[in-house]
Design a protein around this ligand. Sequence first.
Ligand code: PA5
Length: 455
Amino acid sequence: MLNLHYLQKSNIGVDQGLEWDTELKAYAQKLEDAAKALVARKDLESEYLGWMDLPYDTETLEGVRQVAAQFEHFTDLIVLGIGGSSLGGITILSALQHPYHNLKSDRDGLRVHFVDNVDGDVISGLLEVLDPKTTVVNVISKSGTTTETMSAYLACKVWLEAALGAEFTGRIVATTDPKKGILRPLAEKVGYPTLSVPPSVGGRFSVFTAVGLLPAVLGKIDVEGLLRGAARAQDEFLEPAAKNPHLQAALALHLYGLRGKNMVVFMPYSSRLRFLADWFAQLWAESLGKAVDKNGSEVHSGTTPVKTLGTTDQHSQVQLYREGPNDKLFIFVKVQNTGKNTPIPNAEPDQPDMNYLEGKTFGTLMNAELAATANALADAQKPSFMWTLERVDGENLGYLMQSLMLQTAVVGELLGINAFDQPGVELGKVLTYALMGRPGYEKLAAELEAAGVKA
Ligand code: PA5
């Protein structure tokens, strides 16, 4: 089982001057200490490390299943959330449901629609095509205040109430902090079913809380497999650095950041994993982009995540990646076996420039393109490493997601920053409240007006 995933490091040292084995030996103790320090703090609520326990948390899953049971005969689920309150669910559903689940007539599991923007066309368009009588809405906001999510909630509430009258209260599930924010007391007052985001888990680390699990359960995803895979990554976390893929990946990410690779290009070669790149980008950027370190010294840390998809983006970005500035580290994700292993037929036997594909599968072609790109980049001294998943299933996805969270946390430790806050995002939220006239923000609104800032 341990061989399901491995970190292929053959291209890690192609950048001149980096001796991978020497660096790994030199950093081993530091990496192991960082892992131990993180685990030692995980029970302190204020450290936001509660996500390390989630893979083993059967009680939360049981609670989610109880709520989900009321809606299993529905057709559609609308998920309202943004950032950490939506990207995990989007990643899981797009990776593990049938690629055209929503178009299938014999589908098992609800159609899940994520609303993660305040685009009126998209919101009203969705409500136009769905039937409120067979739709459940899950409003997710840890803080219970985020403008984008609250505005979409208001639109959905009116839509449900207009169709169902007082019964609408049974059709909105609120997932939020157990105590803080306005969503919790509102939900309790109106009588919405509720689920909790634990206070010790930050938004972008919340995929294995009710935030990701309710959409997954209603979409009939193998959630036990997801958690089993995540637990396996977590179980490996305190292994010695020499055989610990999570610490080794963190080291590669850290070292190349120090060596001027200002960008991390995350490139899965699988359309099912397209949104894993989006989820990783948020996790990485919000966790590591910090103005000050834990001592308050100005550091402006962080490398920029770039989300891409192989092979599609070979035809838009690889020219730059190979011949442009050598300022990037590449992370590839390879899938050994695609679900159906679909063969490429020989439909043009007289065309030698096409019939060489006969007998090959789309999966073989995908992986040939990945090998070609990784080698072409290595040839141009561009460093990369690769995660290989035996297949895209719950267990492998859970493993990789937990691993990426662990890697991000370790890099935060090595940088000496707090990877679990997001002061830069909070300021934007507060300024939006002021611009939109939220009570309590009048002074800031006046300052913005004086400075000529308008909505
Ligand atoms: O990771 C984070 O903390 C953020 O991306 C949040 O998830 C995002 O801002 C949404 O916040 P909330 O769940 O409070 O609405």
